[in-house]
Design a protein around this ligand. Structure first.
Ligand code: ADP
Length: 177
């Protein structure tokens, strides 16, 4: 069974991506303006494997992608080993960090743990092409944009589920074996 045959030309990235039309918006991090406690709350209240990082909520301009696992490890390590890292410490994914007032807590720099060029497609990209890219590059997820603004995410599982719906068949047998 060839995976490509399962998608008609009409299936686009926007048909498979999350969030769906009436879902809550994508859970993102901003490159600055978040505190350690904000990110810890987000980590404990969501089950996603990762988070896109954007310039700002207003712009939804993509900066990178960070795996939850790497966030957890970095924050744990910093709290243990880095002087002055507390719940109210600011987190920065930016390259440059503005000068801090003398009394403020230490800042936590997390640019290193971010993937700076996560794979992206536009919402109008044919799923046939998206699937091809997933297989060739061994992707776990891919981000979806429209006019440069971040719109959604497609995981490998999202694709498998979609294909299973289409052909009503065991998802694992179709795509990545
Ligand atoms: P998987 O699809 O392998 O279970 P995740 O646990 O990361 O991977 O994602 C679960 C579902 O949530 C998927 O449908 C995915 O598209 C969606 N998703 C992943 N990351 C986010 C996010 N940051 N915000 C909103 N939805 C997300």
């Amino acid at each position: 069974l060839e995976a490509k045959e399962e998608f008609t030309h009409k299936t686009l990235a926007m048909d498979v991506m999350r969030p769906r039309r009436n879902d809550p918006p994508l859970t993102v991090l901003t490159q600055d303006g978040l505190k350690v406690e904000d990110v810890e709350t987000l980590i404990s209240e969501t089950t996603y494997s990762g988070f896109p990082v954007v310039v700002s909520r207003e712009s939804q301009r993509l900066v990178g992608f960070v795996l939850k696992r790497d966030l957890v490890i970095s924050i744990e390590n910093a709290r243990k080993r880095q002087d002055g890292i507390v719940s109210s410490s600011d987190i920065y994914f930016t390259e440059h960090i503005p000068p801090q007032p003398p009394s403020s807590p230490a800042t936590l720099k997390l640019r290193k743990v971010m993937d700076l060029s996560p794979f992206t497609v536009t919402d109008h990209t044919a799923m046939e092409i998206v699937v091809d890219i997933f297989r060739k590059l061994g992707l776990r997820q891919c981000l979806v944009t429209h006019n440069g603004r971040l719109l959604g995410i497609i995981t490998k599982k999202d694709i498998l589920k979609h294909m299973a719906q289409v052909v009503n068949q065991d998802p694992d047998s179709i795509l990545f074996n």
